[in-house]
Ligand binder design. Structure first.
Ligand code: FAD
Length: 459
């Protein structure tokens, strides 16, 4: 039984790596099928342009590269039926209203779609507002049909190299990692992060001139302000038993997400000489290969999401309605979801969430953890590249959904069984797409590793 304890460093257990890679060979085709061939999971709705950075003035950090642009679906007829506001509007009405807080509290005693009427799943609910469930780890995207929502096809806007770099990007990563400082007294409240830096970064980057072979802006290491993994390694390496699990998990989730983003930008990299999109081994070496802890954190995230998806499986199998408006499409979407959840369940429980928020200061850390993760999701509005912001928002929402499934399940009053909290449509789509991102990062890393070995043999 291979279990990745939140305490363990994945990289020191080769068996865990290979177990996860073997698992991924089953998950990868299923998750690709789900996210690439169903309307429900290949599209997303979010506030891409209508929220401003709540922490600082980011006007100067905008990326003007064409690769940063996102194509949104602006005409109703281009939006798949399952996502059209007019279709969702049909679900309006007292029975289909999203359960408010009181209803959510009752939820622990009900199955996922209780109280919403026959064939109306939680995911069908027409959601009007940004109302935040106290159990959310993310600031919810507006799901309403108001003009605030932007519809995107995730297939048309792949996560890949954009050339977004420099001070603007560094400032966001820096702030994201600072959320890991749980010491309340020494950490400035996030609202105070907004020190209103007006000169934080170049505008449109002409990446032909300023980026090196690894796709990074050429900045002297000594000029860099963000070096989060250096102090972390020193402080919370294997030997650092004083670091509590919760803080460690928080860091690993962020670092693993960062590593996955780096993997995709290196894997789908624009060769500026040939104009081709191609894997860039130098980029992989500079950002990942030399930092096994980053790769280990990515694998850690894969284990965490695998557990969340497996835990969600029985709840989705029990009649979750995907409201495509077409029974056949509903059934095929459900079958594809179940193929993923079954693949994710094909290994023994791989991540033990019960170890967190338990002893010592654990329980009191939960709210802090949740609030800090919400801040990370808010920081995504400070990302100055539309494409990066899209995927940053989607992935923080995906991790937020996973954390909610893992840590916010209530126990059924009578049976004592875990009742997974209801996920909104966007949370579900974000969760499965984030899992797909991690799955493809793992495949890319395996291929990159082979390329490096080949290069070394040839040298
Ligand atoms: P960065 O990746 O900016 O890292 C900054 C510092 O963080 C490093 O110097 C290092 O000390 C530390 N660090 C790096 N990786 C890790 C890790 N895994 N764990 C811990 N510490 C680490 N660019 C794209 O081309 N495509 C995208 O889709 C994209 N999405 C982005 C999404 C977000 C939310 C953000 C903030 C940026 C995104 N970027 C994207 C930009 C990209 O992540 C880099 O910031 C950029 O390529 C510059 O890279 P860098 O080498 O300067 O280091």
């Amino acid at each position: 039984r291979v279990q990745i304890s939140p305490k363990a460093i994945v990289s020191d257990a080769c068996a865990s790596y290979s177990t996860l890679e073997k698992l991924n060979s089953k998950v990868n085709p299923a998750i690709n099928d789900l996210t690439r061939t169903t309307d429900f999971f290949s599209h997303y709705r979010l506030n891409l342009f209508h929220k401003t950075c709540p922490f600082w003035n980011d006007e100067n950090g905008m990326c003007g590269n064409i690769a940063c642009a996102v194509q949104t679906l602006d005409n109703e007829e281009d939006i798949p039926m399952v996502w059209r506001a007019s279709e969702l509007g049909k679900l309006e009405g007292p029975r289909a209203k999203h359960p408010g807080k009181s209803a959510r509290r009752e939820h622990a005693e009900k199955p996922l779609q209780g109280g919403l009427g026959d064939n109306v799943g939680e995911s069908c609910v027409f959601e009007y507002d940004d109302e935040c469930d106290e159990r959310d780890y993310c600031v919810p995207e507006d799901e309403g049909a108001s003009s605030k929502g932007d519809y995107v096809s995730l297939l048309e806007n792949p996560e890949r190299f954009t050339g977004y770099a420099g001070d603007g990007a560094a400032q966001v990563w820096d702030a994201v990692y600072r959320e890991n400082c749980f010491q309340k007294s020494s950490f400035p409240q996030s609202a105070q992060l907004g020190t209103s830096s007006k000169d934080n970064g170049p505008a449109a980057l002409d990446f032909k001139h300023v980026l090196d072979a690894a796709g990074r802006q050429q900045v002297l290491e000594s000029q860099r302000q963000v070096k989060p993994d250096i102090p972390f390694v020193a402080k919370t390496g294997l030997e650092a038993e004083d670091e509590c699990i919760e803080k460690r998990v928080f860091y690993r989730v962020i670092s693993g997400m960062h590593a996955s983003i780096s993997t995709h930008l290196c894997w789908d990299f624009l060769n500026q000489t040939t104009g081709e999109w191609t894997p860039n081994v130098a980029c992989y070496k500079a950002r990942l290969h030399r930092f096994p802890d980053r790769i280990s954190n990515l694998y850690f995230n894969y284990a965490l999401l695998t557990r969340a998806v497996a835990k969600l499986g029985p709840h989705l199998a029990g009649g979750y309605t995907f409201c495509t408006g077409d029974r056949g499409q509903d059934a095929s979407t459900r079958a594809k979801v179940l193929a993923v959840t079954e693949a994710a369940s094909s290994v023994p429980q791989i991540f033990d969430e019960s170890l967190l928020f338990k002893n010592g200061e654990g329980p009191s850390l939960k709210e802090d953890f949740r609030n800090r993760f919400r801040n990370v999701s808010r920081l995504m509005d400070c990302v100055g590249c539309d494409k990066c912001r899209l995927w940053g928002k989607l992935q923080t929402a995906g991790y937020g959904a996973a954390l909610k499934v893992l840590f916010e399940a209530d126990n059924h009053k009578e049976s004592g069984e875990a009742v997974v909290p209801a996920l909104k449509r966007t949370e579900l789509v974000a969760l499965f797409n984030t899992y797909a991102r991690l799955s493809s990062s793992m495949s890319a890393i395996q291929k990159f590793r082979a390329m490096v070995e080949e290069q070394e043999l040839a040298a």
